[in-house]
Design a protein around this ligand. Structure first.
Ligand code: SAH
Length: 461
């Protein structure tokens, strides 16, 4: 270890920054956040930066006397001689000193900071590569929820109570692990500290032989794993059991915990591997066994996803659950196809419908759909394509209205076929498309010619 990481209490302490440029101002802000009293010494401040609120500026050249009474000093000038002088004088007085970008002149170095106060994570490469430290911090940003600070503060509130109640340290540790990594923590993250508190107190009164199960109903987006949310990823890595269907891509499934049990509850058109009722019951049963159950759904769970039905049952059984929105196909697929769903010249509104056939017909409000300046997105519409197009025309949309059908959008298998309400149903290529496919109707489709930016391998076939 080249450096010992410590966290300094600088509240109310005087700290000196030497230099008046961008870096000096940035360092001053960090020190102010830690509650320090900051004095900036520089003949002049770079005029494009405001003096950070709470700091004072002394318009002088650095002299050793500026160090009097200082708890810490940072030199951030572009003058090597001044930086060296600050370092020397500070060392003589045993004042911790940092010279920006010059580890040899430092007695301490500044880490990259991930701030979830009161939780703090500091990253350092010992001055070797600050950029790498920042990159690493970025990676952890995605894994540590913003709400972690709230969780730490929550835990602190109950620290003494728990200590009194559970005297044996090893039992206390188990209790806290359960709270901080379980349903109570999830309640805090979702902003419901009131219930979290009740659950924690209940757990103290009646320690459980087995942890409470819970269900995470998570939207996995349209296919590209990069479109997952931070929260989705975190819960995917936490769950003991994963229920998924065929809208969830293999590469996304690979991101769930390695040792999690995976259950395919697939849904193929007209061939449900498990009827919806049984999926609902299975979620309840697994959660009652104390498991953390991830119900992973394509796109967004609340958009043509039956997410509502699945959690209704959970609510009836008073099982803890949370729902994580995902990027729905309409949004993800259109974007990757270069089709903005709204555009001032083409569409002021956008409507999502399901084109699922019932007894060979589509029960849709055609008058509502066949309106000018509106984009229509049809989920599950491939098999009804011909009906859709002819109905729209007979209800008043021009036969030349552009339409696109896109297969497996956002993935390397994305393919789009464009045409008009008259030509597309006749296009022989449509029969080659592989599910899932999404249909987009409206003037915005014409923009694809200019805006298609995503070039997956399938489009080059
Ligand atoms: N909850 C999902 C939709 C489920 S319905 C969501 O919010 O996206 C299933 C339909 O979604 C498919 O029939 C198809 O029309 C559409 N779909 C989902 N992912 C798709 C993709 N990657 N490309 C094209 N269509 C997709």
């Amino acid at each position: 270890m080249d450096f010992l990481p410590v966290f300094m209490n600088l509240k109310g302490e005087k700290c000196l920054i030497v230099g008046g440029g961008k870096v000096a101002v940035r360092k001053a802000s960090v020190l102010l956040q830690a509650g320090a009293m900051v004095r900036i010494v520089a003949p002049q401040l770079n005029e494009s930066f405001d003096l950070p609120t709470g700091s004072e500026h002394i318009a002088e050249c650095f002299q050793a006397s500026h160090l009097d009474g200082m708890a810490l000093v940072i030199a951030a000038t572009d003058d090597a001689i001044v930086n060296e002088q600050v370092s020397r004088e500070a060392k003589q007085r045993n004042i911790p000193v940092n010279v920006v970008d010059n580890p040899n002149l430092c007695t301490f170095i500044m880490p990259a900071i991930l701030d979830r106060s009161p939780l703090l994570v500091a990253f350092s490469t010992g001055g070797a590569s600050p950029v790498l430290a920042r990159l690493l911090r970025g990676k952890l940003e995605t894994l540590i929820p913003q709400a972690y600070g709230r969780l730490v503060a929550f835990a602190e509130r109950f620290r003494d109570t728990v200590k009194q109640r559970i005297a044996v340290p090893s039992q206390r540790r188990i209790f806290w692990e359960d709270v901080l990594d379980g349903a109570v923590a999830e309640k805090v993250f979702s902003g419901d500290e009131h219930t979290a508190e009740a659950m924690l107190l209940d757990l103290l009164e009646h320690p459980k032989a087995q942890a409470d199960g819970e269900v995470y109903l998570v939207g996995a987006g349209p296919g590209d794993p990069d479109l997952l949310t931070f929260r989705a990823l975190r819960l995917m890595q936490k769950a003991d059991v994963v229920l998924y269907d065929n809208l969830v891509s293999e590469s996304i499934l690979d991101m769930t915990r390695r040792d999690a049990q995976r259950i395919f509850v697939g849904k193929r058109r007209g061939n449900h591997t498990l009827p919806q009722e049984e999926i609902n019951d299975l979620l309840v049963r697994l959660a009652k066994e104390g498991k953390r159950v991830l119900r992973l759904k394509g796109g967004d769970p609340f958009i043509f996803g039956r997410g509502g039905e699945e959690i209704e049952k959970l609510a009836e059984h008073k099982i803890n659950f949370q729902v994580v929105p995902g990027i729905t196909a309409a949004s993800g697929v259109s974007t990757y196809a270069g089709i903005p769903l709204t555009h001032r010249d083409h569409a002021q509104s956008c409507i999502f419908v399901t084109g699922h056939l019932k007894d060979g017909t589509m029960e849709l409000d055609w008058d509502l759909l066949a309106r000018p300046k509106q984009t229509i997105v049809v989920y599950m519409g491939l098999h009804g394509l011909a009906i859709l197009c002819s109905q729209l025309v007979s209800h008043g949309l021009p036969a030349t209205t552009p339409i696109a059908i896109i297969q497996q959008g956002t993935t390397q298998n994305q393919r789009a076929i464009c045409g008009t309400l008259v030509t597309l149903p006749q296009d022989p290529n449509v029969a080659q498309l592989q599910a899932p496919t999404l249909i987009i109707v409206g003037g915005v489709v014409s923009l694809r010619e200019k805006l298609a930016w995503f070039k997956p391998s399938a489009s080059l076939l």
